[in-house]
Ligand binder design. Sequence first.
Ligand code: PLP
Length: 383
Amino acid sequence: MNTTSVIELSQEAVDNNIAFIKNNLGANVKMSSVVKGNAYGHGIEYFVPMAEKAGTDHFSVYSSDEAWQVQSVCSPETDIMIMGYIDEHDRDWVIENGLEFFVFQVETLKEVIERSRKLGKKARIHLELETGMNRTGLNRRQLRQCLPLLREHADHLALKGVCTHYAGAESIANHVRVQKQITKFNRTYKWLLEQGIRPETRHTACSAAAVAYPKTQMDMVRIGILQYGFWPSKETQIHYLHKSKNKINPLMQIIRWRSRIMSLKNVRQGEFISYGTTYMALEKKRIAIVPVGYAHGFSRSLSNQGRVLIKGQRVGVIGMVNMNMLIADVTYLSRVKLGDEVVMIGQQGENKITVSSFGELSDQVNYELLTRLPSRIRRVIKK
Ligand SMILES: *Cc1c(COP(=O)(O)O)cnc(C)c1O
């Protein structure tokens, strides 16, 4: 069954972005591909095999249900790491299947040891350290409580890593806080070594940190937004371009989101268009109705603001965005007809709508816009 719009995913862009990221990592730095939020809206089941083709063999997800989705499409050698929530009913499954996961509570460590003893299988854990974000993570006091458990139960645990997450590495406004976090992480890691605890890896960097603070790359980076072809922020992009030789954006958007014109009509001068009175035709208008609305992830805040591409031209979204439809102003386009392609995100002819231009108009960041694209929109993979 077709859906009212289609999301095209470009393998070429995936290859390009992952090669770019790997080229910019230090020697022996591994990349974990972050695919939480349904692979930032791209679709886990589509994106994971594409990223594997591009040479990725480690994926990070938020929760056990996402891990299950990755596992059902990835190769058996691929590693999966859960950074957040594991439902009680999934915990044995996670250990039995050798999935890696973050531990950020002492209670969890005790429970994990119990379960892995019963299952006769080592739990592959990463200790998440609290370094200043004040979200999840073990502080020094809690780590101290973990020490005897880690020492006595080494048979039941594979300490795959220690890690932390920065509180906003994409903005220079957080520079001091991030620097403090780096220092605190390094100090805690050293302390762990002194206590005889030897984690296999250290990983702290997301996309922004890996670009703006290269020393955070350590043994592995957890890259989300960059691999999809988007910068975490304008600042991070400028930071990179400033240092690059050719000043050309090296990333390619993977996603192209398109639909079709389902209805065309003329509206007389002085009439209101769509719900309410937010848009009045100040002249005779020709409008195109497109079967995409906020139920499909086209935010209501793009009412009277958003842009779409038709006939290679950028045209305005007029009136309120409805649940299942939006209205585009095609008054100044010639030869528009029913069934013509409409692009909400991506290239058409010479023009392109980036998710960031979308974001600037709607106050949403790339992350939020992308993850709001419903999984039920049909995805197709392009070469
Ligand atoms: C989402 C997330 C990342 C990836 O962040 P990007 O900015 O998309 O690269 C890395 N680490 C953790 C813990 C995350 O939650």
